[in-house]
Ligand binder design. Structure first.
Ligand code: DC
Length: 239
């Protein structure tokens, strides 16, 4: 992953973690925070999706563990921040970013993310990216498992109702809106929360020492400003 340089006198770059349930706004907030701090941005969901692309390209069935194991053993994942600030995920040197957002890959990534061998393989990659600090890491186990010693930890939450409304508005901009029902979206969100929080490996939890922000009644700018202020104050602290 490309590194940025920091000027002498700057606060030392630290690892910032942002965990939280689906639909809380982590991606937008993480990107904005990283840009304001001059940090890199790590979308760990994209790494899980990149694994799904690799496993799917290799033709492994979702329950063919030896096949998945072979792909994981040969996995070479890297991330690069493009000139526009977007994150490019490379597998074996080839950009796969454009393949990551399909519903099939999301579904496959979700299944694979429950496998210990997948989580273990990505653990080292994520820690390597964070080893020199200066990175905002977004996911579901950042402050609990991957970077338990991160200096600035956030847990971004919002009520299921508000998350459902946001998702509904997003979908309203697309043709899919014709088919969706707000109550149904809220029910799915509650179901996903339950699955994420109760899975045996790396369940979604509020990390110890995390600063919890409920974005239900806050604007995007208020959330990012709060995180920026807190991060700057924590990175300026002496250990
Ligand atoms: O955030 P996302 O939808 O891009 O994540 C894709 C899948 O990866 C999702 O099903 C949850 C999983 N994931 C995870 O288990 N741990 C993370 N740190 C990030 C994502």
């Amino acid at each position: 992953m490309t590194n940025r340089s920091f000027l002498p006198g700057d606060d030392p770059p630290i690892v910032v973690t942002i965990d939280g349930p689906a639909g809380a706004g982590k991606t937008t907030v993480s990107r904005m925070l990283a840009s304001r701090l001059g940090y890199r941005y790590l979308d760990t969901g994209a790494l899980y999706r990149a694994v799904a692309v690799s496993v799917s390209n290799a033709g492994c069935a979702p329950d063919d563990l030896p096949c998945i194991q072979r792909v994981i053993a040969a996995l070479e994942i890297d991330c690069q921040v493009s000139d526009t600030g977007a994150l490019d995920v490379l597998v074996g040197g080839k950009a796969v970013t454009h393949l990551l957002r399909s519903p099939e890959i999301a579904m496959f990534a979700s299944r694979l993310s429950a496998l210990p061998m997948v989580r273990e393989a990505l653990l080292g990659i994520q820690r390597k990216i964070g080893e020199n600090g200066g990175v905002v890491c977004e996911g579901r186990d950042m402050g609990t498992v991957v970077f338990p010693d991160a200096r600035a930890k956030f847990y971004l939450d919002a009520s299921p109702k508000i998350r459902a409304e946001r998702r509904y508005l997003e979908l309203a901009a697309s043709a899919a809106a014709v088919q969706v029902d707000l109550d149904e979206i809220e029910a799915q969100i509650r179901q996903r929360d339950e699955a994420d929080m109760s899975r045996p490996i790396a369940p979604l939890r509020i990390p110890q020492d995390a600063f919890v922000i409920d974005s239900s009644l806050l604007s995007l700018d208020e959330v990012v400003q709060c995180m920026e202020d807190r991060t700057r104050s924590l990175s300026g602290e002496k250990r």
